[in-house]
Ligand binder design. Structure first.
Ligand code: F6P
Length: 364
């Protein structure tokens, strides 16, 4: 048996741990493993490396992906030209399948978020045996309790919220920490709870500037002359739009968010008599060594993906259910975002310890 593996979409800590988990467990079954370079780009272009025990040695603790990745390479709508240029989309999925078959690849393990897994699902429907592994710092895939990469991003975000406390307190300022997460507020919510954020702004709960100002002034009246705002990059004002920082042509979701904190600072600074400062965490949240939890989860997912292939359970994605690794069909897994519910227990937990959500309608 020869299997292929690729990492697609944005990188995150834990990808290498999956690559290692897949490779080591496959080698122990006597299989060969081909690692495709730069996500589906490597499949279309026939670029790969043979992964042996040596190739995956020492990578468990390394962030990023030794295989490289791409968030624009889609064999069904291929837009990549020479030197990164973008062309009219072409369907090169037949070529991708032909390349895989020519190399003798019997099954492909695709590691990625919704975009990568949607392509994996289409390849499966086209008749090629595929299994999926869910990755994303955003934790927004509905078919798994958690994705690997999220815990590591949370660690970075929580440390940032912790660290801005002393400078905010010393200068009696409002510090706004902006997290990633795209359309789901999980990183902001959990780091806000874990780091003791005072005002947490999520894409799922549109904010009102006057309610943020009120929360800051209420704290001042209670003798707290600083406030920490944790804002998800997808946060938006009631009736307003998300803040788009750039549009990436050819990407499954071309919108890149970022910069909402500056907007919020401008809105509220006019109405309070303290200064605001902004920290946009950006890609720091995707770097560094994976946390022990993410190493554990990613290793379990990698081994689980090989088990699915061994049992010929194709068209499925490994997932975590409680603390057990299970699987669901790719059809169940893709296209459904898991977002924060404004009336969830987590929101009530945050409210109970005094945090607010920039919207006075969200009360306990
Ligand atoms: O989906 C992961 C993620 O890091 C999002 O949180 C963020 O909005 C986006 O990717 C950033 O993408 P890029 O790396 O293309 O800037």
């Amino acid at each position: 048996m020869k299997i292929g593996i690729l990492t697609g979409g944005g990188d995150c800590p834990g990808l290498n741990a999956v690559v290692r988990g897949v490779t080591k467990s496959a080698l122990r079954k006597g299989w060969e493993v081909l690692g495709f370079r730069d996500g589906y780009k490597g499949v279309v272009e026939g670029r790969f490396e043979i992964l042996d025990d040596r190739a995956v040695s020492g990578i468990l603790i390394r962030g990023g992906t030794i295989l490289g990745t791409s968030n624009t390479a889609n064999p069904f709508a291929y837009t990549l030209g020479p030197l990164g240029s973008v062309k009219e989309p072409r369907d090169l999925s037949d070529l991708a399948v032909k390349n895989l078959k020519k190399l003798g690849v019997g099954a492909l393990a695709a590691i990625g978020g919704d975009g990568t897994l949607t392509i994996a699902h289409k390849l499966h429907k086209k008749g090629f045996p595929v299994v999926g592994v869910p990755k994303t710092i955003d934790n927004d895939l509905s078919a798994t309790d958690v994705t690997f990469g999220f815990d590591s991003a949370l660690k970075v975000a929580t440390e940032a919220v912790d660290n801005v406390h002393t400078t905010a307190e010393s200068h009696h300022r409002v510090m706004i920490v902006e997290t990633m997460g795209r359309y789901a507020g999980w990183i902001a919510l959990r780091s806000g709870i874990a780091g003791g954020g005072d005002i947490i702004l999520l894409p799922e709960i549109p904010y009102r500037a006057r309610d943020i100002v009120k929360a800051i002034n209420d704290r001042r009246r209670r003798g707290k002359h600083f406030s920490i705002v944790v804002a998800s990059e997808g946060a938006r004002a009631e009736g307003g739009e998300m803040t788009v920082s750039r549009v990436v042509a050819g990407s499954p979701d071309p919108l890149r968010l970022g910069g909402v904190s500056y907007k919020i600072a401008g809105l509220i600074e006019k109405h309070i008599d303290v200064e605001c400062r902004v920290v946009v965490l950006g890609h720091l949240q995707r770097g560094g060594s994976p946390t022990p939890f993410d190493r554990w989860l990613a290793t379990g997912f990698g081994v689980g993906a090989v088990e699915l292939i061994a049992k010929k359970r194709f068209g499925r994605m490994v997932c975590l259910n409680g603390y057990t690794c299970r699987s669901v069909t790719l059809a169940q897994a893709v296209g459904k975002l898991r977002r924060v519910s404004p009336d969830s227990q987590e929101i009530r937990t945050a409210l109970s310890v005094g945090a607010t959500f920039g919207n006075s309608e969200i009360v306990k």
